[in-house]
Design a protein around this ligand. Structure first.
Ligand SMILES: Nc1nc2c(ncn2[C@@H]2O[C@H](COP(=O)(O)OP(=O)(O)OP(=O)(O)O)[C@@H](O)[C@H]2O)c(=O)[nH]1
Ligand SMILES: [Mg+2]
Length: 254
């Protein structure tokens, strides 16, 4: 009789996962257009790729622009950076039908696994776009000082409920007349104890804090004490007809 009679194998063997080797932590990065999501991915790859096995999935509406930016930045081997083209609705691909993103993540895990960390960048969207917990174990929502000091007060599920809220580009604050401390205080008041991080890619101390936050999250993921939470659904809205592929005749998200 074989050592493992049918039905007696440890459950994980059915899924080809070594025991005690949880799959990679999947960290989603969302936020409005241009707030610095790709830069955060580049920063995290530079800070962590020496100690963690990493891969990246980007989402763009029409192109693979973000993937090309990250490949040319040389922050990871190029084949570990995959692009998903989302069509007109970036939020759909991270929330309503996550299959294209899940396929990309699983392909990367199969090709280069075991991985420690997969970063998924959402296409730039509005303040209410968040990841489904079916795709991301945890999510970072990114706003920036250039969008105005009142953005944190505008709320939305990413600002109030993401695992980490980044207030980015703090080096620009004097140029756009924003008080970073007040913006952080507004955000903290909206987040019921959840972490807020003031970040600039030019401020090494803030980059180190971001990397430490990811390391601590990974420890909780591996020990099974991190519970993925859903920041909440998008606000109801509709898209008008558009000229691009995927724009179609327009549609609504109730
Ligand atoms: N001054 C400053 N500029 C930054 C910082 N982070 C990002 N940027 C700049 O902001 C611009 C947009 O950054 P990206 O990282 O491409 O932003 P994104 O959110 O990925 O943009 P989309 O994917 O198009 O939504 C670029 O010109 C970056 O160089 C920062 O900390 N400080
Ligand atoms: Mg980007």
């Amino acid at each position: 009789m074989s050592e493992n009679a049918p039905g007696t194998q440890p459950l994980n063997q059915h899924f080809n996962e070594p025991l005690n080797q949880p799959r990679a932590l999947r960290l989603g990065v969302a936020g409005p257009v241009g707030t610095g999501k790709s830069s955060i991915l580049a920063t995290l790859c530079r800070a962590l790729a020496g100690e963690l096995s990493m891969a990246v999935v980007t989402n763009d509406i029409y192109t693979d622009e973000d993937a090309r930016f990250l490949r040319s930045a040389g922050v990871l081997p190029t084949e570990r950076i995959r692009a998903v083209e989302t069509g007109a609705c970036p939020h759909t691909a991270i929330r309503d039908d996550v299959s294209a993103n899940l396929d990309a993540v699983e392909d990367l895990e199969e090709a280069y696994g075991p991985l420690d960390l997969v970063l998924i960048e959402s296409g730039g969207d509005n303040l209410t776009a968040t990841f489904s917990p079916a795709l991301a174990d945890a999510q970072l929502f990114c706003i920036d000082v250039a969008g105005g000091g009142d953005v944190a007060r505008k709320g939305g599920p990413g600002i109030t409920g993401a695992d980490l809220l980044v207030i980015n580009k703090t080096d620009l604050a004097p140029h756009v007349e924003v008080d970073v401390a007040a913006m952080v205080a507004d955000a903290e008041a909206a987040r019921d104890g959840l972490r807020v991080l003031a970040l600039s890619k030019h401020d090494a101390a803030s980059v180190a804090e971001l990397a430490d936050w990811v390391r601590a999250l990974l420890v909780r993921h591996r020990s099974g004490t991190h519970v993925p939470t859903d920041p909440g659904p998008m606000a109801p809205h509709s898209h008008g007809p558009g000229p691009g592929p995927g724009d179609g005749e327009g549609h609504s998200h109730p």
